[in-house]
Write a new protein. Sequence first.
Length: 478
Amino acid sequence: MSLHPMGTLIQKTRKMLAGFIRPEHKVLIAVSGGIDSSVLLDVMLRLSDELHFKIAVAHFNHQARGEESIADEDFVSQYADSLGLEFVTEKGDVYSEAKKIKKSFQETARILRGEFLRRSLLTTHAHFIALGHNDDDQAETVLINLLRGSGMKGLSGMSERSDPFIRPLLNCDRKEIQEYARDQKIAFREDSSNRKTDYLRNRIRMQLIPMLEDYNPKIKKTLTQTAQILRDEEKLLSLQDCEQLKKIILNENEEQIFMDLNPFWALSNEGQQRLCWSLLRKIYGGASRFSFRHVSYIRRIMQKRTSAGPALLPEGWYLETQGNTGHIKKGTYFRASSTDAETFKNSDAVPIKIPGTTSWETAGIEIRAELLSTYDASQNNSAEEAFLDFGMTGGGITGRFNEPGDRFVPLGMSGSQKLKKFFIDRKVDREHRKSIPVLTNALGDIIWIIGMRISNLYRITDRTQQVLHLTQYKCGGK
């Protein structure tokens, strides 16, 4: 005989919390007003009496749906007040911020909401932030990461606990939550945007998953079980990675790491790759501020048994090697070292002075480069000007003409395309294509097709600390 939905949800959540919640703890519950977070609040309230922890409620108003958003905030505020719970709220103009930082609405909302919740954790003196993600959300997340291209960590989905965040309902499916809400007469708000197919997650939930269920009726359970397997394996491998890091790191502080490369050279290719991922995660506190290209690049540098570098990394970090020692340091390189042969693959490449003006006679232009500490959203990229994230591009920038096979991620796109297709789409004739100059960084990425488009990978974002402003002129025309 199966348990009643209320008993099932309470039981699963109790089991999840019992391992770490203590009587002195306080949990800040993120409540949007929707069914998931409203059920989460009710379940946590019932368990708070049993496990003796305190509760506060947080609501972030995205101001995305006009009167609906105001009604959501009022609903949560009144609900928290009726329960005698501490309540914190904040408004954020997500649309304006998304334009400013050039990110999607969903990504910007996630950033602003996360920042608000972390601030609220401090102001309410809470120990954890509880989110309403469920089993169905997990399946959708795995598919999103699969479609975007991800490794084991991305395909392992969300964790029940990743301090300060906890997800008490992660092992409960949407059907259980709906049944609980119906049986316990839980009031909640309907978010009309959940029915829009503009957003990838909604399309996956409404279109892709129903189609996959024709092949496997239990596809959501299959995806979440696979994510759990990968999560467990990732934990084990991460422990091994930590041991390997200890072997190669000789000394470190907040701005530099000294390494012995002998243990690195003794690893298999796969082991070296994982170690480079771990090294960059250690520097950046996660994987969102670097990419696979950076991992591959520092691996190539570290594999060399002669002096090499600098390998220029995001946010002002760089790697150099000398014999069997490596040095990762935070600083600024304004030009690439000629000792790194990979930086200059094109014999006609022209190193760009940063800051300064570079005369590029074969292209018939001059490039002026300057570094800015601030960026005005009204400053737009154009045929003559480019505004780029200098922490991402690094200083090893060169100019060359485009070559067969070149690929590029145009501003506004997430995937790369061949320059040939980019030119064809814009009706650039074949003869003219050969004379179009590009700028590349030390990774070999094209950061600006001069006169046409910058790369989406190096655009200005909310994390940008220093702006590289490039201007092109005809030779002698400034």
